[in-house]
Design a protein. Structure first.
Length: 212
């Protein structure tokens, strides 16, 4: 049973209940996705999985696809259009889907618990206060350690900076998984998934939604 889908984060909004309570939700355009490849533990792959392609509004022409991917899509028999985004989903049992099958947002229902994988917003080079929530130094007269990281090592032994010491550097632009989010509403007609709370990444960013 395929319990995952590829989507794009559209933004955040609110859902109002009859009693007036407000729920902040993230809207995800989830699917439709098409099965490009299936893998089974009994075959040469050695594990069960399906490869899904995210079907977007703007179609991809076969001539604009790289030569290795063109052969990969042609193996489907020509009935599956090429897609820009391909992702693989591991399965616990033999895949029950065939190449060319469509996976839509109706694999989820209201109240389902899901995990969402996305790429966080890139913040560029950041200091330790912004990146690791370090405390600042005193701002009194003569202080020269307001936003500096402070001591990072020892002089005599071991005379080096210990591996893993938190420091300034590139912040964000990393794979982030948020677990156990709740599906607030499923709009099957418009392929929309409304998830309670925030989802990693910018608006328009690619996300992977899987059942928790």
């Amino acid at each position: 049973m395929i319990s995952g889908i590829i989507g794009r984060k559209l933004g955040m909004t609110q859902l109002f209940a009859e009693d007036g309570t407000v729920t902040p939700v993230t809207v995800i355009k989830a699917g439709p996705c098409v099965v490009i490849q299936t893998k089974s533990a009994a075959g040469r792959d050695g594990y069960n999985a399906v490869q899904l392609g995210f079907v977007e509004d703007k179609p991809v022409r076969l001539k604009n696809v790289s030569k290795p991917l063109r052969g990969h899509f042609e193996k489907t028999g020509g009935g599956t259009p090429p897609t820009r985004v391909l992702r693989e989903f591991r399965l616990g049992e033999e895949p029950d889907a065939a190449i060319g099958d469509q996976i839509k947002v109706d694999v989820f229902a209201d109240g389902d618990k899901i995990d969402v994988v996305g790429k966080s917003k890139g913040r560029g080079f950041a200091g330790t206060i912004k990146r690791h929530n370090f405390q600042r130094g005193p701002e009194s007269h003569g202080s020269m350690n307001v936003r500096a990281p402070g001591s990072i090592g020892q002089s005599a032994y071991p005379s080096r900076v210990i591996k893993g010491t938190r420091s300034s550097g590139h912040m964000g632009d990393a794979r982030v998984t948020v677990q156990n989010l709740t599906v607030a509403k499923v709009d099957v007609e418009n392929n929309l998934l409304m998830v309670r709370g925030a989802v990693p990444g910018p608006n328009g960013g690619l996300v992977i939604v899987k059942k928790a």
